[in-house]
Design a protein around this ligand. Structure first.
Ligand code: SF4
Length: 433
């Protein structure tokens, strides 16, 4: 029985790819190990989004290559976005790697590995996933690729245009996840709110959410990576209409200055973003808003930077992720005039995150006194650490709940807790008996 170890880098969409690859290896009879020194096959599923991610992917692969000497590694495989994008160059630059594979066809990948190891490759594969998230929480990738073509983004160059998964297949996958104990289902794609447009002629995220709510077992259904111009009142009303759909939306805006939205080729206007933020805030004071912004896009003036900073103060988001522009090969923005100094980009990012820390603190403090359902993720030292609907997995803070001694709590359980203290990112609470 051969052993395989998979290192998954990058975003949650890549994580789903890794889970599918693991499912194929398991179907092919491999034993999955978390210990790289024990793996005969080591696979690094890489990220190729921006320069820091590319560097991490290369360094991690070189680290794994050492196990060819010090461990049982016979085959080192690189998959994912970096390999998809730069396979030809990498084949020359990284002789340590025995096989480069892209982002598609995990079954063919595993058959190739079997052939390379000289073991039977004709096994039946069931397209299942081996979850790498805790058993009570899972991602559901509803589409792959993107049609938006933001001028700074390489993802369409790597994953191509949007390919939505048929709703029946998603519901079948979701039912299987629910039957296997998943309680929190997080919907992901490069652009979730455009889901189904190319398949059904119009965005179908609201319909998908309504159908997922019919499946027993899910307590939380969450939406990440929504794109502003397809975030509509109908979608928000659907999210408000069913308790299983958490009142949380991640809607990256990237910027707000009209000239920059145009140069970024961001569809949708400042007016629409403002309208939807106001609509959500009026619809529910419990709705959690997350966004992502980019600082230092070519030509961004101090005035345009201030427009964004002022907008985030006037229309506060509970969570803001920010990163600096990185000129990516093959993207139009990399060739644009007005490339800014790294120091300027970093200064603007620091200013936005400093202001946001204060905003997040104020918004978190408004939750003190509320009673929340907390999904327990860890219990130690008489404290249960978990998340409420307001904290998405892997990206948001935690709630530390006291008063749980001898309660026999386990990860995956839901408890009721009264929130007693708030920081900018984390909160504290007391368990209600
Ligand atoms: S929406 Fe824009 S930034 Fe996001 S994946 Fe698509 S092209 Fe890239």
């Amino acid at each position: 029985m051969s052993t395989v170890g998979v290192v998954s880098l990058g975003c949650s969409k890549n994580r789903v790819d890794s889970e599918r690859i693991l499912g194929c290896f398991a179907d092919a009879g491999f034993t999955i190990t978390q210990k790289p020194e024990e793996a005969e096959v080591l696979l690094v599923n890489t990220c190729g989004f921006i320069t820091p991610a590319k560097e991490e992917s290369i360094n991690t692969t070189l680290e794994m290559a050492q196990y060819k000497e010090s461990g049982r590694c016979r085959l080192l495989v690189m998959t994912g976005c970096l390999s998809q994008r730069y396979r030809t160059e990498l084949e020359t630059e990284m002789p340590e790697v025995d096989l480069f594979w892209g982002v598609h066809e995990p079954e063919q990948l595993v058959r190739r590995v079997c052939t390379m190891l000289g073991i039977p490759a004709d096994c039946a594969m069931r397209g299942r996933r081996i979850l790498t998230t805790p058993g009570y929480s899972a991602y559901l990738r509803i589409a792959d690729g993107c049609d938006n073509r933001c001028t700074y983004c390489a993802i369409p160059l790597i994953r191509g245009g949007r390919k939505s998964v048929h709703m029946e297949s998603l519901l079948t996958e979701a039912r299987s996840l629910a039957e296997n104990g998943v309680k929190e289902l997080t919907l992901i794609a490069q652009d979730t709110s455009a889901y189904g447009t190319e398949l059904y002629g119009k965005p179908m995220l609201a319909e998908l959410l309504r159908a997922l709510c019919q499946i027993d077992g899910f307590q939380w259904i969450r939406v990440l990576y929504a794109y502003p111009n397809t975030v509509t009142e109908e979608l928000i009303d659907t999210m408000l209409s069913n308790d299983k759909i958490v009142k949380y939306i991640d809607m990256p805006i990237q910027h707000i200055a009209p000239r920059l939205l145009k140069d970024m080729n961001r569809h949708g206007t400042r007016e629409h973003i403002e309208h939807m933020v106001d609509y959500i805030r009026k619809a529910s004071d419990e709705f959690i808003l997350r966004t992502t912004v980019m600082l230092g896009f070519p030509g961004e003036s101090e005035g345009e930077f201030s427009q964004l900073a002022d907008f985030l103060q006037a229309h506060p988001f509970d969570r803001v992720g920010a990163f600096t522009f990185s000129p990516e090969d093959g993207t139009p923005a990399a060739l644009m005039e007005g490339q800014l100094e790294e120091e300027v980009k970093q200064r603007r990012l620091d200013a936005i995150m400093k202001a946001q820390q204060h905003t997040s603190l104020l918004l978190n403090q408004k939750r003190i006194g509320r009673v929340e359902n907390v999904l327990v993720e860890q219990v130690s030292g008489g404290i249960a650490y978990g998340r409420s609907y307001a904290e998405a997995p892997d990206v948001d803070g935690m709630i530390a709940v006291s008063g749980v001694k001898d309660a026999g709590l386990l990860p995956g359980m839901f408890i009721k807790a009264k929130l007693t203290h708030a920081d900018a990112y984390d909160l504290k609470g007391e368990m209600l008996q």
